[in-house]
Design a protein around this ligand. Structure first.
Ligand SMILES: *Cc1c(COP(=O)(O)O)cnc(C)c1O
Length: 229
């Protein structure tokens, strides 16, 4: 077994008995690394650069479920909408509208998560909890037939303080419950909370994550020199 396969199996063992599923974040890693994970049964991969994702999608097996987890620019939506399974970080109505528009052209309904800005950092994208509630209440999303809002996504503050991270994940979990009760009670498909990365996935799982996005723990450190975008 390769190092990637060993790490993957260790992580799977760790997730046993939880509700969380794994998105293997393969950005900046070569196709060979994804193939090793694939050979070990992994089918759900996360990427955050459009060109890199399109290149990998072209050469890897078609039964892979591709998740776009990064910040997505509206002018690039059209390249991934024909095949992407889920877009995790929708952070504006403008972006949601464009996904809907492009998805209608290829007759698809794309699963989307709304990104909540929770971290104490200026650099992270997303709706504040207040903005999120307002945008959902306004209801335009109900008219967009080619996107489905499947839940929320967030990134915690990049800190070693587990209490802080736990508090942030919990507050997004509570926001999720509230949005679910108010607007999606009759939609069983609104069920995802994408939170948790290599360093904080255990906390995220404890706080109710359904999709963890783990990269370096599986694939090792990313080499930004060989970025293929
Ligand atoms: C890169 C990335 C991850 C994975 O990070 P690791 O620390 O390698 O697990 C998760 N989520 C997003 C949005 C990312 O861009």
């Amino acid at each position: 077994m390769t190092q990637i396969q060993l790490s993957l199996n260790r992580l799977r063992d760790d997730l046993k008995g939880s509700d969380a599923e794994l998105v293997a974040v393969s950005k900046y890693h070569p196709v060979e690394a994804l193939s090793e994970a694939y050979a070990c049964g992994q089918r759900r991969f996360g990427e955050s650069h459009v060109q890199e994702l399109c290149m990998k999608e072209e050469v890897l097996p078609k039964d892979i479920e591709w998740h776009f987890i990064g910040h997505l620019q509206t002018n690039k939506v059209k390249y991934i909408v024909p095949f992407v399974s889920m877009i995790h970080a929708v952070d504006s109505m403008k972006l949601l509208r464009e996904i809907d528009r492009q998805a209608s052209k290829v007759n698809r309904r794309v699963e989307c998560l709304l990104q909540v800005h929770i971290a104490q950092e200026d650099t992270k994208y997303g709706f504040t909890p207040e903005e999120l509630l307002r945008v959902i209440d306004e209801g335009e999303w109900r008219c967009l037939e080619h996107v489905h809002i499947a839940g929320l996504m967030c990134m915690a503050t990049n800190t070693d303080d587990g209490n802080q991270i736990g508090m942030e994940f919990r507050s997004v979990r509570e926001l999720f419950d509230r949005v679910k009760a108010l607007y999606f009670n009759d939609d069983e498909g609104f069920r995802h909370l994408s939170m948790g990365m290599s360093h904080d996935y255990r906390i995220a799982v404890r706080e109710g994550s359904t999709l963890i996005r783990v990269g370096s723990l599986i694939f090792g450190e990313r080499n930004y020199e060989t970025k293929c975008t």
